[in-house]
Each structure stands twice: as structure tokens, then as C-alpha cells.
Design a protein around this ligand. Sequence first.
Ligand code: SF4
Length: 333
Amino acid sequence: MKTTSVLIQSLCVPCFNRCRYCLLSWNGKVEGAGWEQSVQLAERFLREFREQLPDMKCSFSFGYSMEHPELKEAIRTLRRLGSPSASFLECDGMKMRSDEECLDLIGMLLEEGIKKLSFTVYGLSDYHDRFAGRKGDFDLILRMMKAAEKKGLSFSSRIPLTTENISQADPLVDLLKNQGSESVSLFVPHEEGRGKLLSPLRLDRERFLQLSPASQSLLNRNVYRTEGEWLEAPEAVHDQNRMILLTLRPDNMEEYERQGAISVLRKIEALDERYYSVFPAFSELAELYGDPCSEKLYGIRDLHYHYRTRYLRDHNIQIYDVTDERQSGSRRF
Ligand code: SF4
């Protein structure tokens, strides 16, 4: 297993939404280490990684949302640290703004070198607001898009598909294209974090085929296949690389500050090895839990996670969860 990249993150910036499927299970309580302290440590770690492991990619980012109270300075810090998020901003869960305030924000983002925005839209107005847990969020997104279009800042949109919102997808795609979205992509949400709440709503092939052909083409069917399709070649699924997520939290800062970046990296890699060592290979999990007749759509990482969760439950295994992105861990691919 090769570690190809490290993302250092601090979940120190609140989000204004409470989305039903939040990967980070955002509940209004900030779990990350403070901004200043995080930046200071990230700077040292990035320097050490770049010096000692020059072939490995590394970067720093923050969450939950990008609504940093000093956003301009935060973008400058990201740029100084060589972070890709210094030019690409995910605009989910931003604070409420009027038309004029949206224009001011977009103007500032352009001045600071942001090249592209992205928005996640859950459905048409009322449905989106309910899903995002905030009244007016849909209209805010449209105001931001309008401002971006006016100022010439390009943006893309993503729509998670479930059996619940599928009937809204065609009109929503049209609406987002008319708003000026450079691209619209569809995806099937995974079960990690609060995403498990959506598992009864997982999209199946039959309902996917109810979309117009134009909308169907916006879901990458190589990435999202039915469970049955994935099970036709379970031996093809073998992860060889991993991304290490180094999450800075008040309960690990002291320990991390005492150590070198490589030593912290090795410890998280060991957590990753220990977690995956408790599971049989994907092909065995597929034998145990797979349903070759299932027409439900999954990304392979999601299907693997789905089987692992069942295996942990069936064997009553308690283990540090490296897939919980609120803490340090990994993402294999
Ligand atoms: S916008 Fe993102 S971080 Fe905020 S609640 Fe929604 S999914 Fe979670």
C-alpha cells in the first residue's frame, strides 16, 4: 500500500447548513484545532514532508465550510502553503448574503485568485432547503451563481441522486445550466458519516433510467455501477494507494507538536494497516454479503465500506475508524 498524498486539515470553521448526509456529521460543534495553531503546525509538517518525501503530494485545507471569518487572509494562507483550495472554493454552507454581498464576495474571491467555485444542490427549492437544514439556502446558491456569472467567475454544480429526489433531477439540471453552471455532475451519495441515513434511499438502476438521456450522461456509470455489476469481477477491486488524512484536533495537537511530520505519518499509516487487517479481502466480503441481483448503484469505495460495516457489526469488532474524517485516518483507492 503506497501513501501517495497527505491532506492536513483542521475542522475549525463552522458550517451554516446541517445537511442530512453530512460526511463530517456536522452538528454545530466545532471539533478541529484552532486556526492559528493549525496553520503553524501545518506549515512545519508541509516543509518536512516536502523535504523528506518529495514525491508525495501534500496540502492543507480547512472545513467544515469555507466561511472563514477572515476569508481573504485564509485564502492567502492557503496559497502560501501551496494548497489547491487557494484557487477552487466549495461554496456549500456559506453564510446568508444579499445580492450585493454576494457580488462583494465574488469580487474579493476574484482578486484573491480564486478561479472556480462549486455548489452542491440537493433538489428544487423547498426540498433542497429541507435537506440542507436551512431555509433560504437554495436562493442563496442562486444569488451566488448570479453574482459569479455577472463577475465572470466560473462555477460547477453537483447533484446527489437518491430515490427521493430523482424526479427533481431533470428540471434541476436545466435550471443549473440556465444559471450558467459550466458543468453539472450527478453522483450517488455514500454511506459514510451521516450518509448512512440515506441508505434506505439508495438509487437503483430502474429509477436512474427514468432520467432523460441527457441527465443520465451526467452520472459516470464507470464509477457508479450496480452492486450486481461490481460483483461480476470482485477480484478487480484491490486498492494499491492511499491518501493519509492528518486531522488537527485539540486532543492530538500537543502530541503532534512534539513530533516530526514523518513520525506522525507513520503512526496514521499504522492505524490504517490495523483497521484494514481485520477484514477479509473484498472478494470474500462480496461472497458473504454481496447480492448479485442488486440493482442499487454504488461507487466501489462505498460498496466496500458497506460490506465492511456489516462485517464489523456481525463480528462485534470495535476498532479505531480510519474512515471517520473527523479524525486522522486514510482513504484507500
Ligand atoms: S455543507 Fe458540507 S459540511 Fe456543511 S452540513 Fe452540508 S455536507 Fe456538512
